[in-house]
Write a new protein. Structure first.
Ligand code: ISE
Length: 341
């Protein structure tokens, strides 16, 4: 059976998802591209062979000829549109974040629990990246012994907006790191401290966080949104018997003028292309089978990322070690992922 997908949002990420649906997802068809900007929707639909365009996301979600939805519209729309998908009984792959407000994540969780069936898969795609997959395997198979630390750095070439702040680095960029560390270590964060060096040019400086987990691990995360040289995300997991470090991903190396060099991607879309494809294919399997993918993030994970980000922003502002205070995981989300909804 062909699954008819709607992509809501025709910006950077919507275009990327639409291209993946068109090129890499056998068994899926692009039914509708939805965007407030009719020209942008039309251009993307024509480029990817989508059947139709729309400017009304709620109407798109309700359409009989739409089986499932990918949400890639602005962050503030993610929670209300996910809730609309739950109400319509349609599986949804929602780009991160579910919401930057933990309270709003709780509302979506409540709607999903009331509906009684898992509907929302969250687009924390790093879980599908081969480097993190191998890191998690090494830990789960016991090769590293007990996990002690995970060091992470996350560098963007430049900020998406000139008014970007350190707090935004924590609430917008760092949730990827929060999520993937929780996933790899199988832990929850209990506290966070955050600080920044001072740049000479007034642009937003890197944010450095030190977090503690309920497993007794210490995690460091550097988020540098103005790294200038390239998009660069790396991590090292240190256990009692060894460590696993992520290599910079490069398919080739150039040797010239007595030096060797490899290239960097300009942003995450190239670096994580393979991860996005794996994630989106897993979403399609979820739509077809109703079995929530074992690796994927759900609304609970979205809530956890948001609550850590809120504590991180407070920690940066106050200069104090700040506790992460979470609710207990509801039974609904404790049920093993990888089981039927
Ligand atoms: C950005 O905020 C994102 O959402 C991207 O997915 C991420 O990879 C990037 O590094 C962030 O800054």
């Amino acid at each position: 059976m062909t699954i008819r997908l709607a992509v809501i949002g025709a910006g950077l990420m919507g275009a990327d998802h639409a291209k993946i649906v068109a090129e890499d997802m056998t068994g899926a068809q692009l039914q509708v591209i939805c965007d407030m900007d009719a020209n942008r929707a039309r251009a993307l639909a024509d480029g990817c062979g989508a059947q139709d365009v729309s400017g009304d996301p709620q109407a798109v979600i309700a359409r009989d000829d739409v089986d499932a939805v990918i949400i890639a519209s602005p962050d503030f729309t993610h929670a209300p549109l996910s809730t609309a998908c739950i109400a319509a009984g349609k599986p949804v792959l929602c780009e991160k974040p579910l919401s930057q407000k933990a309270g709003e994540c709780l509302q979506v969780m409540q709607a999903e629990q009331n509906a009684g069936t898992r509907r929302v898969m969250l687009g924390f795609m790093r879980r599908y990246d081969q480097a993190y997959v191998e890191m998690k395997q090494a830990l789960d198979q016991g090769q590293l012994g007990h996990a002690l630390m995970m060091h992470n750095f996350h560098r963007n070439v430049e900020t998406p907006a000139s008014n970007f702040t350190g707090a935004m680095a924590i609430t917008n960029s760092a949730p990827h790191d929060f999520d993937v560390v929780r996933h790899v270590l199988g832990c929850e964060f209990t506290s966070v401290t955050a600080t920044q060096p001072i740049r000479s040019d007034g642009r937003v400086a890197p944010v450095v966080m030190v977090l503690e987990t309920d497993g007794g691990q210490v995690v460091t995360i550097e988020v540098n949104n103005n790294a200038d040289y390239g998009y660069d995300v790396r991590a090292e997991l240190v256990g009692e018997r060894g460590s696993v470090a992520m290599n910079n991903v490069a398919y080739s190396r150039t040797d010239m003028r007595l030096a060797a060099s490899t290239r960097y991607d300009a942003d995450w879309r190239g670096r994580y292309h393979e991860a996005y494809v794996r994630q989106n294919r897993d979403f399609l399997r979820f739509v077809n089978t109703g079995v929530f993918p074992a690796i994927a993030s759900d609304c609970w994970d979205g809530y956890c990322a948001a609550i850590v980000a809120e504590a991180g922003a407070l920690a940066l502002d106050s200069g104090q070690k700040t506790p992460v205070r979470m609710i207990d995981r509801p039974d609904f989300y404790s049920i093993q992922k990888g089981s039927a909804a």
